[in-house]
Design a protein around this ligand. Structure first.
Ligand code: GTP
Ligand code: MG
Length: 233
């Protein structure tokens, strides 16, 4: 107990230093309490990411021995930055509080799964959703229904139980599953979205949309090629 108290005091001092509390204007106990709660919530999201990532890696290992090649090329993940969390809550007309984060945001914990072929995407999604501790909250299929701008990906919002010292909690994770080619397109589109001050915006958007369609056709052709190769073996 005394050790814990000392630790807590050290952390409190560190946070005060970081957020600029000083002798004249120390951070209020209320602010400190909120910062601790925020930190605790982020630990939960990071834990959920680890659990889902492990599930995906296990599926990839198992499927790669029964199929030709890995159904997953790579997995990326991130926890949303505090600044982006605050910006999104404000956009949703919600207070910037710890409770509002858990209630209103689906994408604090985000995982991106890159697959070689389109049918790998559905295979991975189906197998993950089949697991009895994975609860599907929402699904958006931007592959069957691409966005106006050409964006394609399969989006899942899931909830999974994470076990902590005294309780089990359901934590939300957003998963984006897409092919290498779709990812290539999305990364450029993302960059362009933040540089839309050019007089050429519309022309660029049109050409980008065209690229998305070409990429989608190529993804299909590559998948057919793979089927021709593997059906012979
Ligand atoms: P957000 O408020 O943007 O999270 O939208 P949403 O809650 O309606 O979710 P949606 O499933 O549409 O999008 C979630 C995430 O997918 C975004 O935060 C982006 O990371 C990605 N995304 C969606 N649309 C696009 C797009 O047009 N281009 C790119 N590059 N990424 C997109
Ligand atoms: Mg988002």
């Amino acid at each position: 107990k005394p050790v814990l108290e000392t630790k807590l005091k050290e952390r409190t001092e560190a946070i005060k230093d970081f957020f600029g509390g000083n002798e004249r204007e120390p951070l209020s106990d209320e602010t400190l309490e909120r910062l601790f709660q925020f930190e605790e919530l982020m630990v939960k999201y990071r834990s959920a990411i680890r659990e889902v990532t492990t599930k995906l890696e296990i599926l990839n290992d198992e499927l790669s021995s029964s199929m030709n090649g890995n159904p997953i090329e790579s997995i990326q993940s991130r926890v949303k930055r505090p600044y982006s969390i605050a910006k999104k809550l404000t956009r949703l007309n919600q207070p910037v509080t710890v409770d509002a984060i858990a209630e209103n945001l689906n994408d604090v914990a985000g995982i991106r799964v890159i697959c070689p072929f389109i049918n790998d995407i559905y295979k991975v999604a189906d197998m993950l959703l089949m697991q009895d501790d994975v609860h599907l909250v929402r699904q958006k299929d931007y592959i069957k229904h691409p966005k106006e701008n050409g964006y394609r990906s399969l989006h899942l919002v899931i909830e999974i139980p994470v076990f902590f010292s005294t309780k089990k909690e359901m934590i939300r994770v957003e998963i984006q599953i897409r092919t290498v080619a779709m990812d290539f397109w999305a990364s450029l589109e993302h960059q362009i979205r933040y540089k839309n001050d050019s007089p050429e915006v519309q022309a660029i958007a049109d050409e980008l949309k065209d690229c998305a369609d070409t990429i989608a056709q190529t993804d299909l052709r590559m998948q057919e090629l793979r089927q021709r190769i593997t059906s012979g073996t």
